[in-house]
Structures are given as structure tokens and as C-alpha cells.
Ligand binder design. Sequence first.
Ligand SMILES: Cc1cc2nc3c(=O)[nH]c(=O)nc-3n(C[C@H](O)[C@H](O)[C@H](O)COP(=O)(O)OP(=O)(O)OC[C@H]3O[C@@H](n4cnc5c(N)ncnc54)[C@H](O)[C@@H]3O)c2cc1C
Length: 389
Amino acid sequence: MPSNAAYDLAVVGAGPAGSSAARRASQLGLRVLLVDKAAMPREKTCGGAVSNRAQGYLDFSLPLHLLDSECYGARVRYGALSSEGRCSERIAVLVSRERFDSFLLQKAQESGAEHRMAHVRDVQDEGRTVLLRTPVGEVRARAAILAHGAHGNLYQRVRPQDTLAESGICLEARVPAAAAPLPPGLIDIHFGVAAFGYGWVFPHGTYCSVGVGGLRDRFSRPREAFEGFCEGLGIPARDIRARGHFIPCGGVRRTLAANRLFLAGDAAGFVDPFDGEGIAYAIRSGQLAAESVHESLRGHEDFCAGARGYTARCHSEFGRNLGYSLLVTRLMHRFPDLLLRIFAGDRRVLERYLEVPMQDLSYQGFLAWLALRMPVSLLKGALAARRTA
Ligand SMILES: Cc1cc2nc3c(=O)[nH]c(=O)nc-3n(C[C@H](O)[C@H](O)[C@H](O)COP(=O)(O)OP(=O)(O)OC[C@H]3O[C@@H](n4cnc5c(N)ncnc54)[C@H](O)[C@@H]3O)c2cc1C
């Protein structure tokens, strides 16, 4: 029976998840409306590291003018310990989210998606259609993908609200590059400055993204931690305007779809809890959600099968790995003086870990390798401590 919907699919949020969903759905021939409450380009609090994994999910290359700098490795610190790990290949590029997200939106529009600026106040599943309510009118579609990020509560139409243990909080600011110099090609990660999280310095050419983030149930004073972190870097905190943002803790099993409503990106909770990477999973989950909606519409509107298929594909492609990342995170932060010390003190451990974002190793593989490496790392740490005593 034909529905009275103007669109096959409405996508809420034009971040990486929403724009990727809209592009894939349009390519599959669906009539797509992509709605965002912000005028583009809009600010997004983010370190702006776009991994190889993320770039590999895109069906186009990023133009050179979008790339602020390149990342080949990391310098990791924990207390007085510091180690540097470098790969022969590039791990990620650093972008400004304003320009990156605008580019992804442009790619969605190029493939046929219609873009509209409107704040979606509510979404209702009406059985055969979904209804979006905005201050400038209502929109009906045959299905909706909710990709509104970590803020807002529309996702609660599909799953319960995240608990404080399932969500993180970050403070981030841009400082002139000269204020936080880094070795070429490296990003800086500081453990121990945020509970169940870390502090970072990511280079963007003329400026650096500086921030702290940790789990909300443990990280009670983010402002103080941020100021302490900046002061430790030699940057007077009073001169900095920091922006706060929530970030979901991935690896937790969440409901991803209910009938005609699908969640993607941060709204679905897809962020690596150990390193904070979310852009890759936003892009991929948006694409998978779009494919599932398309299959459901083609398969006589069987949205239960679509929701099941979407959940299974997210789990097998990256959800399982995020589950192991959560295990690594919990272990590292529960025994920081043992495990974070090894991570920041044994260069081989850091180099092996870098194979995870390079996609050469899973978190499960890293964990198994780390268990075998532990005696060597501990011995190296003890000898280093004796030498400096
Ligand atoms: C401080 C910080 C640093 C980070 N650094 C990195 C990093 O370096 N690398 C990385 O991979 N990940 C990083 N992440 C995670 C990454 O930013 C997110 O995982 C990613 O942006 C998720 O994309 P998304 O499309 O789901 O949501 P978003 O990018 O948040 O986009 C959501 C969009 O929805 C719109 N919207 C919201 N509500 C509504 C509504 N009701 N109606 C209409 N529109 C709406 C918003 O305006 C926005 O444009 C970081 C996160 C934080 C907080």
C-alpha cells in the first residue's frame, strides 16, 4: 500500500553519520531529506583526527585543502614516563570539523539528498511512516535515521538514556601551534590527567586542539583538570576559551533500531572508549543504517529484519572490537600504575598498540599480546627505575 510520505528516508543530523547515511541512501535510489539544526559550516568540538579506517569507508578521497596535518604516531605520557611510537605509514589526517563536515554534506547533496536547516524537536514512529516535528513544520518519511550526535534526547525513542558510566565528558580548545610544540607527525596523549580518559594535543598546522576527556561517573572536575593540563603544558588557562561536549562510551551493547527508527554514530554510542575515535564508526554506521533501510523498503517493509541485520552488521564489523576496547580501557584505568605505566614506559607496547588504529591488529589481539609481553615490560620498568634511583 503506498504511504503518504514525501520522503523514503529522513536523516536527522548532518555530521559524519548523517551525511554518510544520506549519501548512501541516495545512491541506492531513495528520496532522502537530511535535516540539521545548525547552519553549515558549524563548529564541532573535536580533536579532528580522521583515521585511515574512517577514510577507507568513504567512496571518495579527501581533497588536500581539507588536511591540516598528518599523523604517523604518538607520544604517550603518564606521570614522568614518556615514549614515542612511529609508523612508516600515515595513521590519520587532522582536519577542522567545520570544513570536513561541510564537505561530507556536499557529497551527500551531490548524490541527490535534499538538505534542510531545521531543529527536529520530536520524532514519532506512526507504524507505516515516521513523523518529524520541527518549528517550521512537519515532515513525513517512510523511515528515519537519527544521527544527532551525543547531545539531545531523540535517541531515547529507540533506547534508554545512557548512564553516567556509559558516557564521557570532554573539554577542548584551540591554541596557537607555537604554544604546544610537538615532534613532527606525532600527536600527544597524556594519561593520568582525566579519570578513565586522557589529555591530548593534536596538531592542525597553525593551531593545536588541546583537551581532556573522561568518563562522567569518574571525571568529576573536568574544568579543573583542563586548566591543570594546560598549565602543565605551559599555556595560561585563563586565556583559553574551552568548549565542553559529551562523548558516548562505546563497547556497551545498546539497542540500535526500533521498527522504522535507526540510530547511527554517537546517537548509537559508537565511539572507541580507549582512544575516543568516533568519526570512522559514525561514517560506517550511517552507511549500514542506510543500506538496512533500503533493504527493508525493498523487502516489503520488513523493518524487524532490517533492524536485526543492522545490529548484526555493526557488531561484526566494529562493535565486537569496541567491546574489547572497553575491556582494555577498564583494565588500563583500574590498574594505572601497572598498565598505563607499561603503556607509556615501553615503546614496543605503544608501537604494537598503533597497529590497532592502522587496522593491522584488533583490541583482542593487542590484549593477548600485552599479556605475554607483561613480564618483559615489568622487568624493563624495574631496571629503568633502578638506573634513575
Ligand atoms: C572533544 C572531542 C574530541 C574528539 N576527537 C575525535 C577525533 O580526533 N577523532 C575521531 O574520530 N573522533 C573524535 N571524537 C568523536 C567524534 O567527534 C564523534 O564520534 C563524531 O562527531 C560523531 O559523528 P555524528 O555524525 O554521530 O555526530 P555529530 O558529529 O555530533 O553530528 C550531529 C549533528 O546533528 C545535528 N543535530 C543535533 N540535534 C539535532 C536535532 N534535534 N535536529 C537537527 N539536527 C540536530 C548537530 O547540529 C550536528 O551537526 C571527539 C569527540 C569529542 C567530544
